[in-house]
Ligand binder design. Structure first.
Ligand code: MCA
Ligand code: AMP
Length: 485
C-alpha cells in the first residue's frame, strides 16, 4: 500500500515546515514525528484511538499532528479560541484518549489533564528519535474535524487517510503542486483548509510550508516573498488588497507566488479584479466542504476565472439537483450541488442518523450549496439553500447554535440570527433580539456567545426589535430581517 507521506520515509535535508524563524527539515521532522508516535505507543495509545490536539499555530503542534497521523491515531484538532460550552461538547463527543498541548498550564480547567507536546527549548523538538512508522493510505480515520450544521451543535466529520490522500493527489495534479513548491498560509490548523490542504498537502507532495500563526498583512507579505503558492480565505485577500493599495512592498510580495488560491467562501469578483489590477496576478478559486474535501478547482494551467470555482477535480462526480430531486442538465440552471467520490468522508462521529441524512440515494452527498454549471462543466456557486448557515471569515457557523445561547439570557425573549453581506468577512453575523423587559447591553450578548461557543461565532451586531416577522404558520421569516441604517 502506498504511504501517506512518502518523503518522510526517505527523508532528506529539504526544509519541510517553517514557523517564524524556526524550521524543521524532512529528516528532522521524520525523527521528531517518529519519536512522537513511539511516545504515544509507550503511553498505551493504540492505532484507531483519538487524540485531541490544542491547535496553536506553532511547530511542536505541527509535529504532534504529523506524529499522530503516522501513529495511526486520529487527531481531533481543538480550536484554542473555543468557548467553554463548545469545548465541552467537542470533548464529550469525541472522547479523546488524551489531549496534547504545547502549554497545558494555559488551558481552561476542563483540560487540566492535558499532556505537553515536547517544546523546542526542551530538546530539538523530539521526545525520542525514532524512525517514523510507515503510515499507509488506509481506511483508518486520520482526522475528526468539527463542523457546524443548520441545527444543533457541531458534528465531528471523520476523514480517512484514503479520502485525504485522494483529494491531495487530485489537487496536486490540478495545481502542479510538487516538491519544489513553497506554500505560505496563515490559516488555523483545526480545519480542512489550513491542516488538510496546507500541512498534509505540503508533506504529501514533499514540498515546503511556511505557516504564519497570526494573519497580519505586512507579516504575511514578508513570508510571501519566498513562496510559490499561497492559500487564504477571501477575508485575507480583501485585507491583503487593502494593504497592497497602501504599500508597494505588499504589492510586490503578492506578485511573487505563481499561484494564489482562495477558498472556504466565495471570493467576490470585485476582489479578483482588485488583486489582478494591483499585482498583475489573478486568484484561483477552489470549492469544497469539510465533509467532502475539495470538489472543484480552477487549474493552474487555465488561469484565474473570477466567479467560477472550476470543474470537478479528478475522481469527483458532481451533479446539480432541483427541488423536485431532478438532475439539472441545462447550462446556467440553478441546482443544489450533490457530490460523490473518494474524498467524501465516512460519516459524523457517533451519529449514524445525521450521516444517513446527509446523503441522498446512491451515496450522493448533499452539500446545501446552490450552483450552475456551464456546458464545459465549469461550476459557479450562486448561494446556499439555508439561511441558517453562515460563512463569516471562511468559518461555517450555524444560526441555531447562536440563537440557543442568546435565548438563555434573561433579557432575551426571542431571537433570530442571520448573516448579512459584509465586504471584509463575506457575511457578518447579526442577531435580531426581541427583549424581555429593558434591552440588555449588546456587548453582554456578544460576549455570552464568544465565551460559550467561539470568538468567531459572536454576533458583530445586535438589533433590538418589537417582534420577529412570522408567516401564517408561525415560522420566522428571516429574509424580512435587515439591519436598519
Ligand atoms: C473579539 N475577540 C473576542 C471578542 N471580541 N474574544 C472573546 N470575546 C469577545 N467578545 C477576539 C478574538 O478571539 C480574536 O483574538 C480577535 O478578537 C479577533 O477575532 P475576530 O474578529 O473573530 O478575527 P478576525 O480578525 O475577524 O479574523 C479574520 C480571519 C479569520 C483571520 C480571516 O476569520 C480566519 O482565520 N479565517 C479562516 C477560516 C478558515 O480557515 N476556514 C476554513 C474552514 P486574537 O486577537 O487573540 O486573535 S474549512 C472549509 O471551509 C472548507 C473545507 C474549505 O473550502 O476550505
Ligand atoms: P465548511 O463546512 O467550513 O467546510 O464550509 C463548506 C462551505 O464553504 C461550502 O458548503 C460552501 O458554502 C463554502 N465554500 C467553500 N469554498 C467556496 C468557494 N470557493 N466559493 C463559495 N463557497 C465556498
Amino acid at each position: 500500500m502506498p504511504l501517506l507521506f512518502p518523503r518522510l520515509a526517505r527523508p532528506d535535508a529539504r526544509v519541510a515546515l517553517r514557523v517564524g524563524d524556526e524550521t524543521l527539515r524532512y529528516d528532522e521532522l521524520a525523527r521528531a514525528a517518529g519519536g512522537h508516535a513511539a511516545w504515544l505507543r509507550a503511553r498505551g495509545v493504540s492505532p484507531g484511538e483519538r487524540v485531541g490536539v490544542w491547535a496553536e499555530g506553532d511547530l511542536p503542534t505541527l509535529v504532534a499532528l504529523v506524529g499522530n497521523a503516522l501513529a495511526g491515531v486520529a487527531s481531533v484538532p481543538l480550536n484554542p479560541k473555543l468557548g467553554e460550552r463548545e469545548l465541552a461538547h467537542v470533548l464529550d463527543d469525541s472522547t479523546p484518549a488524551l489531549v496534547l498541548a504545547t502549554d497545558p498550564a494555559a488551558l481552561p480547567p476542563r483540560l487540566s489533564g492535558a499532556l505537553p507536546i515536547m517544546r523546542r527549548e526542551d530538546a530539538p523538538i523530539v521526545r525520542r528519535e525514532d524512525a517514523p512508522p510507515p503510515r499507509e493510505v488506509d481506511d483508518a480515520p486520520l482526522l475528526v474535524l468539527y463542523t457546524s450544521g443548520t441545527t444543533g451543535a457541531p458534528k465531528g466529520a471523520v476523514l480517512s487517510a484514503r479520502s485525504v490522500a485522494a483529494n491531495l493527489d487530485a489537487l496536486a495534479e490540478a495545481w502542479r503542486w510538487g516538491a519544489d513548491d513553497e506554500l505560505v498560509h496563515a490559516l488555523p490548523l483545526f480545519h480542512v483548509h489550513g491542516l488538510v490542504l496546507g500541512v498534509f498537502g505540503t508533506l504529501r507532495v514533499g514540498a515546503g510550508l511556511t505557516h504564519v500563526p497570526r494573519f497580519e498583512p505586512p507579516r504575511f507579505a514578508d513570508a510571501l516573498r519566498q513562496a510559490t503558492m499561497c492559500f487564504a480565505v477571501p477575508t485575507m485577500y480583501h485585507r491583503l488588497a487593502d494593504a497592497a493599495e497602501e504599500s508597494s512592498e505588499v504589492r510586490e510580495a503578492l506578485r511573487r507566488p505563481r499561484l494564489l488560491v482562495s477558498g472556504s467562501a466565495a471570493l467576490p469578483e470585485r476582489e479578483h479584479r482588485r488583486i489582478e489590477a494591483l499585482t498583475g496576478r489573478g486568484v484561483h478559486e477552489r470549492y469544497g466542504l469539510t465533509e467532502t474535501l475539495i470538489l472543484c478547482g480552477v487549474r493552474a494551467d487555465e488561469g484565474p476565472r473570477p466567479g467560477e470555482v472550476g470543474a470537478p477535480l479528478a475522481g469527483v462526480e458532481l451533479q446539480l439537483v432541483d427541488e423536485t430531486g431532478a438532475v439539472v442538465d441545462e447550462p446556467d440552471q440553478i441546482g443544489e450541488v450533490w457530490a460523490r467520490g473518494p474524498s467524501v468522508f465516512s460519516g459524523y462521529l457517533g451519529r449514524p442518523e445525521a450521516t444517513a441524512a446527509a446523503f441522498a440515494a446512491d451515496g450522493w452527498f448533499r452539500t446545501g450549496d446552490l450552483a450552475t454549471r456551464s456546458r464545459d462543466g465549469r461550476v459557479r456557486i450562486v448561494g446556499r439553500k439555508s439561511t441558517d448557515l453562515i460563512k463569516s471569515g471562511g468559518f461555517k457557523i450555524g444560526a441555531g447554535e447562536i440563537e440557543s445561547v442568546l435565548l438563555e439570557h434573561p433579557g432575551v425573549a426571542e431571537v433570530a440570527v442571520l448573516g448579512v453581506p459584509d465586504e471584509d468577512l463575506g457575511e457578518r453575523i447579526v442577531a435580531f433580539v426581541v427583549p424581555r423587559g429593558a434591552p440588555p447591553a449588546p456587548e453582554a450578548l456578544i460576549d455570552l456567545v464568544a465565551k460559550a461557543l467561539a470568538a468567531h461565532k459572536r454576533p458583530r451586531e445586535i438589533h433590538f426589535i418589537d417582534a420577529l416577522p412570522r408567516n401564517a404558520m408561525g415560522k420566522v421569516q428571516k429574509a424580512k430581517l435587515r439591519p436598519q441604517g
